[in-house]
Design a protein around this ligand. Structure first.
Ligand code: MGD
Ligand code: MGD
Ligand code: SF4
Ligand code: MO
Length: 768
């Protein structure tokens, strides 16, 4: 293993410590870390200290409490280090050869008996944070040859992709708030003080929010809870859960009705559907939505005026807007409002990143494309349409449990914990129990992987290279940062891409002896051929073999070789000799603190990939969905208690609760209840509450707090540890309850298949 030493690296020969720099792969902020290594007394190295990298071009030293725990994660004795095979119901350590043999028999048996459609895959969130898993999950999904694909996207951001797909032409064409230049930011359903932001890559998001106010700007937060972000804002709007679409529709309605709407000449030249949009939005007056949203018409009108009158403004929405019944439509309305206020694609408004490693927004013909389609296939049981090549995670259990042709009999999970993260956990638990075979690529023996026949452990986060291929597509600056592994692989430990490749090759029937490099060679060939065949690519018409030979010259393979190609053929790349100042993996190795390619620049019309070559502000699926939204209004107004989630800075979905420093202190998995509701329900602070939904029930400790809207209760997700057969010693001591026992697998946004995880109707009462 080699680690570049450049002038910034320090080697203190006296104690032989060494400093390396890498990007934190735990959340979307992508902070730069400075890691000091020292000899471990055993001929190797161990981490002495992790702190923020002051010289990182993007994060400039910022770090959150999770970032430094990569050391504890690496050292965690509960982390799986050898493959585990389930024998007589108990997971025991095995060699890689033994594990692969069981995988071959298990997957092969199901394929022989039931065909490939009986295979399914669930891909979890850390896939987006692992270079290996990100680039090779495609290999896996294609190689399995099944349409039964599920992921954490449908308990997360899928609505955002659907909106972008229809409006701008690709699901990755997401306009992000230009945080560092905006004068007015309205945040709906996001709490970056806890989450550090999402689908808006911005290390030190909180600092960037504070800077808006410091330069005289305004921050408004729309959230049923007085979140930490809302506390820091100029205004908190305590919306009723699930009604952001209505609030946004009323803002759009006001802008049009009062003649305030002006997309600006730059956008008007490329905008289609404004008349259709205007008529479709007509019913949603501020008065009409008031009862449902709980927001007064005065407030709605005031916000509409402020958004237009500010020098620049940006509306940004996240989890609280997407994981709701109208998630896609709400995401579309966010774009629509930004268009109407004249803030799309201009500094201080919402803008598109130019990803240095390229992506759907940089590939193909600039200005138009094939557009975005959904519904190429439907689920067998629920009839839910395909979206971005996958089906709703909420439908996975019924596809496993319902007999008949096409029933799922074997499951592969990659970096996912759907038992704690997707709806109706009790149903999913029974489903996983009933499978013929399950294999998980995961770091832990947890609530999901305890069901697996085989667990294949990847190396730890410190033992792999890193580049945020996915998340830098949504960055608030155009930056690039590659990190080499800080520590070498353990003996016999394959890299994560090798595990994924081998699993794929076995599923394809090629046997356990086929080297993973075969899948890698096919993947790089496909990548290079596709770019060479793209007449708008910087490598158009080049000889693919020659390019692959050049890429492989340094002995590079796997994700690093693919990344090098993506960088070199990308918008800032060296073009394999055509752009002398351009970047490449070698160039990034020379820049261990990252390279900054500047603030975002206007990209319309070049970024558009709609068939019309226009920004489609009134796509039919959304205009039609407004009818459903209108019809839902009375129901949304008089629901009883509803449940929402929340995040804490020291958690990371379901899987960092085994790190002691992150879970110490008072229990965090509590039910937040407004004082008036507590009085009505007979709940005491510190007492227990039973919470029941249509599908399940849990008991949780009560925390009475005025920082939540009346009629709303909040329970964080990702808890519910301590199940039999898991190995998470610390997490079990801080078990908490699983909020997704309560979320309903049938409640989803029909346009994206995304589950309703916020705004779940519940009954709450005192528990003994
Ligand atoms: N009620 C409710 N539910 C929610 C949410 C909510 O707000 N409310 N949020 C949703 C969101 S936004 C998301 S993204 C999902 C997350 O859903 P999932 O992705 O299914 O769950 P995670 O908790 O992220 O679990 C990640 C798993 O990956 C493993 N892991 C970690 N790093 C690696 C790695 O590098 N390689 C491999 N192979 N494995 C790794 C961990 O051990 C863990 O098992 O949860 C969703 N669920
Ligand atoms: N510390 C930490 N950081 C994380 C994660 C983590 O688990 N812990 N998870 C990561 C992941 S995978 C993701 S996707 C991101 C998510 O990042 P965020 O979207 O910022 O997620 P949350 O912090 O859950 O904030 C969601 C907010 O929506 C509010 N809300 C609930 N329902 C509604 C509603 O109907 N309308 C409105 N307007 N608001 C509503 C909630 O009260 C909550 O304050 O965070 C990432 N970062
Ligand atoms: S905010 Fe924390 S977890 Fe997220 S990348 Fe930065 S240090 Fe890592
Ligand atoms: Mo997420």
């Amino acid at each position: 293993m080699s680690i570049t030493t450049d002038s910034a690296d320090r080697a203190d020969t006296a104690s032989s410590t060494r400093t390396v720099f890498r990007t934190c792969p735990l959340c979307e902020a992508g902070c730069g870390l400075e890691i000091t290594l020292r000899p471990d007394g055993d001929g190797g190295e161990e981490v002495q200290r992790i702190r923020g990298d002051m010289a990182d071009v993007f994060s400039k030293g910022y770090i959150c409490p999770k970032g430094s725990t990569l050391k504890q994660l690496h050292d965690d004795p509960d982390r799986v280090r050898k493959p585990l095979i389930k024998r007589d119901g108990v997971h025991v350590e095995a060699t890689w050869d033994e594990a692969w043999a069981v995988v071959e028999e298990g997957l092969g048996g199901v394929i022989d008996r039931h065909g490939r459609e009986a295979l399914a895959a669930y891909v979890g969130n850390p896939t987006a944070h692992s270079l290996s898993a990100m680039l090779f999950s495609r290999v896996l999904l294609t190689g399995l040859g099944t349409r039964q694909r599920f992921s954490a996207s449908t308990v997360d951001q899928m609505p955002r992709h659907v909106a972008s797909g229809f409006v701008f032409g690709t699901p990755m064409s997401v306009p992000v708030p230009d945080l560092d230049r905006t004068d007015y930011l309205m945040i709906l359903g996001a709490n970056p003080y806890a989450s550090n932001g999402s689908i808006c890559t911005a290390p030190d998001f909180p600092g960037r929010i504070e800077a808006i106010r410091e330069r005289g700007g305004t921050v408004v937060v729309v959230d049923p809870r007085l979140s930490r972000t809302a506390e820091e804002a100029d205004q908190w709007i305590a919306i009723r859960p699930g009604t952001d679409g209505l609030f946004l529709a009323a803002i759009a309605n006001t802008l049009i009705a009062e003649g305030l709407a002006d997309p600006g000449s730059h956008i008007m030249a490329h905008l289609a559907g404004l008349d259709d949009f205007s008529s479709a939005i007509a019913p949603f007056t501020p008065e009409a939505v008031e009862e449902a949203t709980g927001i007064s018409p005065e407030t709605t009108r005031k916000i509409a005026h402020e958004l237009v009158e500010a020098e620049s403004s940006a509306v940004y929405g996240r989890i609280g807007t997407t994981t709701t019944e109208f998630g896609s439509t709400a995401s579309w309305l966010i774009d629509s409002v930004n268009i109407l206020t004249g803030n799309l694609d201009r500094p201080g408004g919402v803008m598109f990143s130019t990803p240095v490693a390229g992506g759907p927004t940089t590939h193909g013909k600039p200005g138009s494309g094939r557009g975005f389609k959904v519904g190429r296939g439907k689920t067998r049981v629920g009839g839910y349409p395909e979206v971005m090549g996958e089906y709703p995670a909420g439908a996975m259990a019924e596809e496993i449990l319902t007999p008949g042709e096409g029933q799922i009999r074997a499951l592969v999970t990659l970096a996912g914990n759907p038992v704690l993260s997707t709806p109706n956990s009790d149903q999913l638990t029974s489903a996983l129990d009933s499978l013929d075979f399950m294999v998980s690529i995961d770091l832990y023996l947890n609530e999901t992987t305890r069901h697996a026949d085989v667990i294949l452990p990847p190396p730890s986060q410190l033992q792999r290279g890193h580049y945020d291929v996915a998340l830098l597509q949504f960055a608030v600056r155009n930056v690039a940062n590659y990190s080499e592994p800080a520590l070498p692989l353990d003996d016999d430990q394959p890299d994560e891409w090798e595990i994924i490749s081998k699993l794929t090759l076995i599923a394809q029937g090629l046997g356990v002896d086929t080297p993973p490099s075969l899948a890698d060679d096919m993947a790089i060939a496909a990548l290079v051929r596709s770019a060479v065949g793209d007449e708008h690519s910087s490598v158009s018409g080049r000889d693919p073999e020659a390019l692959i030979t050049e890429l492989s010259a340094a002995g590079r393979r796997g994700p690093e070789r693919m990344l090098d190609f993506m960088l070199r053929s990308g918008p800032f790349g060296d073009g394999f000799g055509t752009n002398a100042d351009g970047t490449s993996l070698d160039d990034l190795l020379d820049h261990p603190h990252g390279r900054d390619f500047g603030a975002l620049v206007p990209r319309i019309p070049e970024i558009l990939r709609t068939p019309s070559g226009k920004i489609e502000i009134a796509p039919e699926p959304f205009v039609n969905d407004l009818i459903r939204l209108e019809e839902a209004m009375p129901g949304l107004a008089d629901r009883g208690l509803v449940l929402v989630g929340r995040r804490h800075l020291r958690s990371n979905n379901s899987w960092m609760h085994n790190i002691r420093v992150l879970v110490k202190g008072k229990p965090r998995c509590t039910l937040h209840v407004h004082p008036d509701d507590a009085a009505n329900l007979g709940l005491q602070d510190g007492g227990a509450a039973s919470i029941k939904s249509r599908v399940g029930a849990v008991v949780a400790p009560v925390e009475v707090t005025a920082s939540i809207r009346q009629g709303v209760v909040s329970l964080p997700h990702g808890w519910g540890h301590g199940m039999p057969g898991t190995k998470l010693g610390v997490a079990a001591e801080h078990a908490g309850v699983n909020s997704n026992v309560l979320s309903d697998h049938e409640a989803l946004d029909p346009l994206s298949g995304t589950s309703v995880l916020n705004g779940i109707p519940v009954e709450v009462g005192a528990a003994p």
